[in-house]
Design a protein around this ligand. Structure first.
Ligand code: FAD
Length: 528
């Protein structure tokens, strides 16, 4: 019997364990992988790196840690981020409470004892007062249901489950299916190795140049000198990192000035482009000015105009599918050994023993890479048989889309917490900032209960309903719902189309959570 069971040992699970230990509580962590790091443990594909700058995409909870750790690049690559996660696990002596290679299969709330009973695929059974899901928003890798995959004679991989020993594509014919963020990062590197690369694209994405570089020591020094203030600004910001925000509408400034602003941001690289004007994600007309700028950039880079046309997103507003960040992505299509295959008009018919068949043409490949993403935000949670009061199943409660209070809790599921769950800023933010905020809120909540001798906390139906409506209202004030994105569940056949993250802003959201706590956990029923 533990005070808490934590599922997952990515950045969320590691910090949660550290906080609970600090409160003198006992916790057991279960992790499906062989090591810590979550996303950075699994996604070892070529080119995997963060697209939030490393000085921002790192923990703030320990000043010694943030002062001593040195990032080598503006955007760190996966191996370095994984080293960091391992360093944190060692430095805070976290491993001893983590059971690796153990997948949680069910979590059931036992009403008589007000305890969660958690079971794993290794036959473990643990009970705990609190059950904390740190299962990750992008951890349930998806392979599309394509006819004939079983018959494929070559090797195939998913970017989110990449072999630890790496893959050498030298001299091989490779097919990459998908053109989202992972594809955009890996395609330029795979193209350099492969004898020929076929990229199967259904929906083109907007991608910004990373302008990655070794971390500027002068910048590092300045940030470290004022790290507390730097972090405070990030926590109060809209997206969890500070970016230059204009207070203007894109339509209120002359066209030349707008172009200059877009050009400046393009040269600076990275995310933050959508902050150029206040209405880029609210007004289609304003958004069109930025989308046009992007398309012109793509056409200026890609020499073959037919290929450039295919690479230009036309069917959704810029930024409403996750903006990607790349190094040399568009230029890769100028290589003789790269072919872009449009699978929008005619979908992939089948995988054959030799390759991929589209519109009657077979593209012969030795290896296939699925860069087809994740069942985002709800997939990893719903893979677990989670049952609350009266054996209510979370999967049934969420049949029409996820319903939460604050993205942290669910009515009918006492003492169950989700870190960066649906209904919180989550994937629309610098996730380490959001993870730390959720972990701290949960730890404070657990302390509050303990100090008052309370045993349970549970969202009320009314508070949950009001929060779901608020998340929806705010989401629908923006252009986001116009895109068939994974934010909307649109990449998974049959998944309800609901805009899952909370777009009200990281700072605003934090305030709301803090107010709820300050008012004695308003919207929750607390029990003995
Ligand atoms: C390629 C890629 C790049 C990204 N880049 C950025 C970025 O630049 N900036 C940013 O803010 N975010 C980025 N993200 C999002 C990233 O997921 C988060 O930043 C962060 O790493 C999430 O940490 P986490 O601990 O919440 O989840 P994860 O890192 O996903 O960890 C969850 C862990 O839970 C485990 N787990 C799940 N279910 C079970 C179960 N039933 N039993 C046992 N274990 C289980 C998984 O194995 C996994 O290890 C990226 C995501 C991907 C996939």
């Amino acid at each position: 019997m533990f005070d808490a069971v934590i599922v997952g040992a990515g950045f969320a699970g590691l910090y949660m364990l550290h906080r609970l230990r600090g409160l003198g509580l006992t916790a057991r962590v279960y992790e499906a992988g062989k090591g810590v790091g979550g996303t950075w443990y699994w996604n070892r594909y070529p080119g995997a790196r963060c697209d939030v700058e490393s000085m921002d995409y790192s923990y703030s909870f320990s000043d010694e840690l943030q002062q001593e750790w040195r990032w080598s690049e503006r955007y760190s690559a996966q191996p370095e981020i994984l080293r960091y996660a391992n360093h944190v696990a060692d430095r805070f002596d976290l491993r001893k409470d983590i059971h690796f290679e153990t997948r949680v299969t069910s979590a059931v709330f036992e009403e008589a004892t007000a305890r969660w009973a958690v079971e794993t695929d290794q036959g473990d059974r643990a009970t705990a007062r609190f059950c904390i899901m740190a299962t990750g928003c992008l951890s349930d890798a998806q392979i599309p249901d394509l006819k004939g995959l079983d018959s494929f004679a070559g090797k195939w991989y998913h970017t989110g489950k990449w072999p630890h020993e790496g893959v050498d594509f030298t001299g091989r014919r490779v097919g990459v299916i998908g053109t989202g963020s992972s594809a955009i990062q890996s395609i330029p590197l795979i193209a350099k190795q492969a004898s020929h690369l076929y990229v199967f694209q259904r929906t083109p994405n907007f991608s910004m140049p990373a302008q990655n570089a070794p971390l500027d020591p002068e910048y590092e020094r300045r940030v470290k000198e004022s790290y507390a203030d730097f972090r405070r600004q990030a926590r109060e910001s809209r997206v969890g990192f500070v970016t230059e925000r204009s207070g203007d509408s894109a339509l209120a400034v002359p066209a030349e000035e707008r172009e200059r602003e877009y050009e400046k941001r393009w040269r600076r690289g990275g995310l933050g482009f959508s902050a150029a004007y206040t209405d880029l994600l609210i007004s289609k007309e304003a958004n069109d000015t930025a989308a046009r700028f992007f398309r012109e950039k793509i056409r200026a880079i890609v020499r073959d105009s037919a290929v450039a046309d295919l690479l230009c997103p036309q069917s959704y507003p810029l930024g409403t599918k996750r903006l990607c960040v790349d190094t040399g992505y568009y230029d890769t299509f100028n290589r003789d050994n790269v072919t872009l295959v449009d699978v929008r008009k005619t979908a992939i018919e089948a995988i054959t023993s030799k390759g991929v068949r589209v519109d009657g043409v077979e593209y012969a490949v030795d290896d296939l890479v699925f860069a087809t993403g994740f069942d985002a935000m709800t997939g990893a949670l719903l893979n677990i048989d989670i049952r609350g009061r009266g054996s209510r199943k979370l999967s049934a409660e969420w049949a029409g889309g996820p319903r939460t209070y604050l993205g942290l809790t669910v009515e009918g599921f006492p003492n169950l917490f989700m870190i960066t769950g649906p209904g919180s800023p989550s994937v629309l933010s610098n996730m380490i900032v959001s993870i730390e905020q959720h972990v701290d809120w949960i730890a404070d909540c657990v302390s509050h209960l303990r100090e008052r001798g309370l045993g349970t906390i549970e969202a009320t139906a009314a508070a949950q309903e009001a929060w779901v409506q608020h998340v929806n209202e705010v989401g629908h004030m923006t252009l986001y719902p116009l895109a068939p994105s994974w934010y909307m569940g649109a990449n998974i056949p049959g998944k309800p189309r609901v805009f899952m993250p909370y777009i009200g802003g990281v700072g605003v959201y934090r305030q709301k959570c803090d107010e709820v706590a300050a008012k004695g956990y308003e919207g929750f029923a607390l029990g003995r």
